[in-house]
Design a binder for this molecule. Structure first.
Ligand code: SF4
Ligand code: SF4
Length: 122
């Protein structure tokens, strides 16, 4: 199945505060999950990851970036969108927002590159 957005999302869960699972709760695609906890005796000095992500399921909706309380823990960068029909004036107004890289709790976003992709008509 083709996704609406193209791009990438990065997580830095080593910076997550303990006990937070906001992104797990909010993700509409179930792309974020809590990894299984190893028994303490098997950790051998490792730090258990707070969350794990299946990027194949991620639809780049941005809900986790908006909800995450941590600083620069999630970074989202959309590079393309599949749309049907012509670009409308309204879409042209919002496309810079759609393609602006986002990171959790940091507001100084920089404009992103826009790459529109037209969806093939069935
Ligand atoms: S961008 Fe959306 S779909 Fe992707 S991990 Fe975040 S909440 Fe889930
Ligand atoms: S919402 Fe942010 S801080 Fe909380 S678990 Fe997810 S990535 Fe970590």
């Amino acid at each position: 199945m083709e996704k609406i957005f193209e791009g990438d999302i990065e997580f830095f869960p080593e910076k997550c505060p303990g006990g937070c699972s906001t992104c797990v709760e909010i993700c509409p695609a179930n792309a974020i999950y809590l990894p299984s906890t190893k028994p303490a005796g098997q950790m051998k000095g490792e730090v258990e990851a707070t969350i794990a992500v299946n990027k194949d399921l991620c639809i780049l909706c941005g809900a986790c970036v908006n909800a995450c309380p941590g600083e620069d823990i999630i970074r989202l960068h959309r590079t393309g969108v599949r749309i049907t029909g012509k670009e409308t004036d309204l879409f042209n107004k919002i496309k810079e927002k759609l393609f602006t890289p986002r990171t959790s709790r940091v507001k100084e976003d920089t404009p992103g590159e826009v790459q529109l992709k037209m969806m093939e008509k069935a």
